[in-house]
Design a protein around this ligand. Structure first.
Ligand code: OXD
Ligand code: MN
Length: 644
């Protein structure tokens, strides 16, 4: 069980400042008048102590407070170029940033939770004892900003005033990190004190790249102190390791949801998007997918795209499920982003108008960013994060598979800025969970009950992707949120059951599994490749939109409800003007019972190893198994939807 404010608060111990008077004296000594005046608007003592201790620990030469004003935004943009963390590209407002070759994704083995003696964490995460982390931070972060400028920004992870928004401080010596923060989060300098009072908590993030040399990467650490809601990051620049308002704070937000607001809030690795249905109605979806599995693309399929990565969910007083996006920008994977699949995003990346930071792409001779799968002819030469590149270097990709673009969501044509700014959140009617599964689950299956829906989330699997360094093979990805769940999975599962069964949640969402990675070879074809197309997701979401309003019926199978051929055929025609064949439907929706049974057995074995797991999940798995066995006995191991 997690206990907040337990054990030594490392930041205050290593900074050594424990009174507000001392903190104010330090500010007076270290900040110039302008920045001192800015900081004086923040009055929350706990907040000021965090900042003072970060200064005392890191010992920067200069401290700057970013207020989020246009002038400050412009300052950080320009300063990042002057400092060399970013370089301008041909299109005005576009820049690029390279991370060290060793720092191109989340560094799994160096990402650790700081824990107290008796604290249990997720079996899928790594921990370090508080005393060990304390010594490490003291050794490696003391004076890490000597000769550097420290930037301090105040942000809100969500619209100011929303129930599930959480304020966060970002402290870093990297202009790239702060420039990214300004694009991805709402600077709420003016509202920060009030937000801390409203929410009763805030997150603190302290980062420094240090000398930014390859030889320092082994010393890099990404620490989350769960008890003190503080993160530390050192000797790295990749945003997934440094801009800890994103995944670092998502982890802390998960703790808040599970241990402070159990059954009332959830913190999920989900996109939020709206689909327009018949008569112009808007139906909002929140959907989880593991990193690097097309979550951004799915989000942008909606007519009213709200967010592509994270969602804070809660049950509103009117009995609806509400979601806000903690972010206002996207840090999207570029590989395979092209005009065909991602027209709205591509417009921002290829035409003037939006401010974009590209990372770890190839820069061609015309200062144009290029990436694998951008749909354009391969350039003759260029420079990437490893140096000069030519197509002759066949074993070195043109761009890193985890190369990214950072931009404001409002630059994207189908973004609904008003919904993303609304503290009431988007009313969620459909919740989806997807993985990367080549041979088992159909493209869509809808849970028959809320508990079944929770179990769909618990049973996600996916292939390792380039977003994580040191991961390989097929991995369990519970709720597609596994890398960001700090606490024990049994606690998380329990919180999910409590949330979706909460009697206050009067408008229950449709919960569905999605899988667009079934391959031809696994459905009896003698050619390889995906069964169907990437853009078919439009149809799957379209069907769910109709199902959520009772406009289409479904077929019942042991694992849930699946669409009928006639309905999909109509939607394919309407949305894509495509003739969807019954043969393709049969391949996509036939139940491969042995594969499903294997998956269920894998999950049962894994969940049995966890502590404190609710019996409900095993009952659901066993019921599904019995029904699948009976179906197999009656109809054989592969059952076509037509034979149900
Ligand atoms: C991300 C990730 O960057 O999940 O969103 O890795
Ligand atoms: Mn993500």
């Amino acid at each position: 069980m997690l206990e907040f404010k337990k054990g030594v608060d490392i930041l205050s111990a290593v900074g050594g400042i424990d009174s507000i008077e001392e903190a104010r004296r330090l500010f007076k000594n270290k900040l110039d008048n302008e920045h001192l005046a800015r900081l004086s608007r923040i009055t929350h003592e706990e907040v000021l102590l965090k900042i003072a201790n970060a200064i005392a620990l890191c010992q920067p030469d200069t401290i700057m407070v970013l207020t989020g004003s246009d002038a400050d935004k412009d300052f950080i943009r320009k300063y990042s170029i002057e400092k060399g963390e970013e370089t301008p590209l041909a299109i005005p407002g576009h820049t690029y940033h390279f991370d060290l070759p060793e720092d191109q994704g989340r560094l799994l083995s160096q990402t650790l939770y700081i824990v107290n003696e008796d604290e249990h964490i997720s079996s899928m995460a790594q921990k370090e004892l508080r005393s060990v982390s304390h010594a490490y931070i003291e050794k490696h972060m003391t004076g890490i900003m000597k000769g550097k400028v420290m930037f301090v920004g105040f942000y809100s992870r969500g619209p100011v005033g929303a129930q599930a928004s959480i304020p966060a401080i970002e402290i870093s010596s990297s202009t790239y990190v702060l420039h990214s923060a300004e694009l991805l989060y709402r600077n709420c300098y003016a509202d920060f004190d009030a937000e801390v009072d409203r929410r009763g908590e805030f997150f603190t993030n302290v980062h420094s790249e240090g000398p930014n040399r390859p030889e320092d990467i082994p010393n890099c650490r990404i620490y989350m102190d769960r008890s003190w809601q503080t993160t530390y990051s050192m000797f790295c620049t990749y945003a997934g390791n440094t801009l800890l308002m994103k995944k670092g704070n998502h982890r802390l937000a998960s703790d808040t949801a599970i241990y402070k607001h159990k059954g009332r809030e959830l913190s999920e690795h989900m996109f939020i998007t709206g689909m327009t249905g018949p008569g112009g109605r808007k139906t909002y979806f929140a959907g989880a997918a593991p990193s690097g599995c097309g979550k951004t693309t799915t989000a942008m399929v909606g007519s009213d795209f709200v967010g592509d990565d994270l969602a804070q969910l809660w049950i509103a007083d009117d009995g609806t499920l509400r979601a806000i996006n903690p972010e206002i920008g996207i840090f999207g994977i570029l590989e395979d982003v092209n005009r065909e699949g991602d027209p709205h995003l591509m417009k921002c990346l290829r035409e003037p108008g939006a401010e974009v930071i590209f990372s770890n792409v190839l820069i061609d001779e015309n200062k144009k960013p290029r990436w694998v799968g951008d749909g354009e002819p391969v350039p003759e030469r260029g420079i990437n994060f490893q140096g000069e590149w030519t197509p002759a270097m066949t074993d070195v990709p043109m761009s890193h598979p985890n190369s990214r673009c950072t931009l404001l969501s409002e630059a994207i044509a189908n973004h609904n800025k008003a919904v993303n700014a609304d503290p009431a959140g988007a009313p969620i009617a459909v919740v989806t969970y997807s993985g990367r599964d080549s041979d088992t689950m159909p493209p869509i299956w809808v849970a028959k009950t809320m508990d079944d829906g929770v179990v769909i989330g618990a049973s996600i699997v996916s292939k390792a992707t380039a977003t994580e360094i040191g991961a390989s093979g097929i991995r369990r990805q519970p709720w597609a949120n596994a890398p960001f769940i700090p606490g024990q999975l049994g606690d998380y599962l329990d919180a999910q059951f409590k949330f979706f069964n909460n009697p206050n949640l009067q408008k229950k969402p449709v919960i569905a599994g999605l899988n667009y990675f079934l391959t031809r070879e696994n459905r009896g074809e003698n050619r390889t490749g995906l069964l169907g197309e990437k853009k078919d997701v439009h149809v799957w979401l379209g069907w769910l939109e109709l199902y959520a309003h009772g406009d289409v019926q479904a077929l019942e199978i042991p694992i849930g409800m699946i669409p009928k051929y006639e309905d999909l055929k109509k939607i394919f025609k309407q949305k894509h003007n495509k003739d969807y064949s019954e043969d393709l439907y049969t391949k996509q929706f036939s139940l491969y019972i042995d594969n499903v049974l294997m998956l269920i057995d894998l999950e049962i074995a894994a969940w049995k190893k966890e502590e404190g797991v609710s019996q409900t999940i095993f009952t659901i798995y066993e019921t599904q198994k019995a029904e699948l066995e009976a179906l197999k006995a009656a109809k054989g191991p592969i059952v076509r939807p037509q034979d149900l």
